[in-house]
Design a protein around this ligand. Structure first.
Ligand SMILES: [Fe+2]
Length: 467
């Protein structure tokens, strides 16, 4: 296990943490669950689009003490827009019903197997707030760290907790990656009381078909992973579980451990827990989100990720203590070393690619950024070192942009970016559809939503034919 945290790690709340920025402005929770139909559209929705655009994010039904509330732990709320024949048929937002939501809003308890975390305070009532996927004809909200997935209906009503028909070992991930060749979902799960992480593969039938448990030195957060043709890869990094913070009542009991060496861990997709390679980094780095990774002809691996120099040293409310940068890591399995090259210095997050490129060379990445020009979407030409951008405008805040190809065989950037944009002045939102080959031209369609959508986490476009 790792060394004690640096002095001050369990510092008493400061004025800054009592004034919790993740409960205000674009993050402020909303309480109404609404359904709006036949939404007003500015522009034109491409006729090719038939499906649902779904997102989930933190929306605390009761944040409790602002000094201990962490953005990662807010009650999950889902937002969705149904698109068909050039129309936006509905917008819905619904809480992911967990025990706390049932207690406050009533209704029957959610059924299903128990969460690994049981009734502990850690993870606040087993919140499911991280991502939405469709697999095996079902729609799911996912979370990590011992919290079971929640199945929801096409219209975002909670169905039940699930352990994938008894095939899950108690912990899944908020960030699975779909292998475009097989349709399987690959994820790496962790839990604060485990001394390993669990690489798991969900088949197209919605059941876990493969599992490799890999020991880790500490109890790191493993929020995301990468998939190449050879490897499943995760960061064994410095943000580690802290019993002291858990005992002190913090919602997110993880802190930067200054003694913990950062390593990328490569798991051979065809191997066993003994076929694991560790590639050390020159310094300490946290990477919560990975854009993509792929195998290079010389046996190394290229991995693009959003990195931080320091997080969760003193601020327990969210990832605030260093800006996020875009880096390319080259992992060398022969030497056990990693080299790092900065691709872009701008603060950016929520990376997405054309998911058909998962595990293969990608030319483009799409990011959310908040800089001098306000909230914007970035299109990074990672091979050419060029960046395009589109700013949403004063008082507007955009979220993770999801790439949707124009058709199955379209080129890598031939399609649209979809996201939600909130207008803080009017307390409304829009779903925007932006042509990915010309993002500077702005949305071809803006679908008007009659309430603000709090800055959320992740989601997907779920085409009707893939249900
Ligand atoms: Fe995430």
């Amino acid at each position: 296990m790792s060394q004690p945290l640096e002095a001050g790690a369990v510092a008493p709340p400061t004025l800054d943490t009592i004034h919790n920025p993740f409960l205000e402005g674009p993050f402020a929770p909303i309480q109404q669950e609404i359904t709006a139909t036949d939404l007003v559209i500015t522009g034109e929705i491409p006729r090719e689009l038939d499906g649902r655009f779904l997102r989930v994010g933190p929306n605390p039904i009761d944040p409790g003490d602002p000094a201990t509330y962490n953005w990662f732990m807010g009650t999950g709320m889902m937002h969705g827009v149904r698109i068909r024949d050039g129309r936006a048929e509905w917008y819905r937002n619904r809480f992911v019903r967990d025990d706390e939501v049932v207690a406050k809003r009533g209704g029957k308890p959610v059924e299903g197997p128990p969460h690994l975390g049981g009734g502990t305070r850690y993870l606040r009532s087993n919140t499911v707030n991280t991502h939405m996927f469709s697999q095996a004809g079902k729609t799911w909200a996912f979370a990590e760290a011992g919290v079971l997935p929640i199945e929801v209906t096409d219209e975002l009503e909670t169905v039940a907790r699930s352990d994938f028909e008894g095939t899950l070992n108690g912990s899944w991930t908020g960030h699975p990656h779909r292998d475009p060749r097989t349709g399987e979902l690959h994820g790496i799960a962790y839990y604060w009381d485990w001394h390993h992480v669990s690489y798991q593969v969900m088949g197209v039938d919605g059941r876990i078909t493969r599992r490799i448990d890999v020991p880790v030195r500490g109890k790191p957060v493993v929020h995301d992973m990468a998939l190449t043709e050879k490897y499943a890869i995760f960061l064994d990094g410095p943000v580690n579980f802290s019993h002291e913070l858990q005992d002190a009542g913090f919602d997110f009991p993880y802190a930067w451990d200054f003694e913990y060496e950062t390593q990328w861990v490569l798991i051979s997709r065809d191997g066993t827990s003994s076929d694991v390679i560790r590639c050390s980094l020159p310094g300490q780095t946290a990477v919560f989100h990975i854009l993509n990774a792929y195998d290079l002809p010389d046996g190394t691996v290229a991995l693009d990720g959003v990195s931080y120099d320091r997080l969760f040293v003193n601020d327990r409310t969210g990832p605030t203590e260093s800006p996020s940068k875009l880096d390319r890591f080259i992992l060398n399995p022969r030497t056990g070393r990693t080299t790092v090259r900065r691709l872009d210095d701008r603060a950016q997050e929520m990376p997405r690619i054309d998911d058909r490129r998962t595990g293969s060379l990608h030319q483009f990445g799409y990011f959310s950024s908040r800089g001098d020009e306000g909230s914007q979407v970035l299109k990074q030409h990672v091979e050419r070192g060029v960046t395009e951008s589109y700013a949403y405008g004063p008082g507007k805040v955009g979220m993770e942009a999801v790439f949707v190809p124009r058709h199955e065989h379209a080129a890598e950037d031939d399609g649209w970016l979809m996201t939600y944009v909130s207008d803080l002045a009017t307390q409304t939102a829009e779903m925007v559809i932006i042509p990915a080959q010309d993002i500077a031209s702005g949305p071809v369609a803006r679908i008007h939503i009659p309430q603000r959508i709090p800055l959320g986490f992740h989601g997907n476009w779920i085409p009707s034919e893939h249900r």
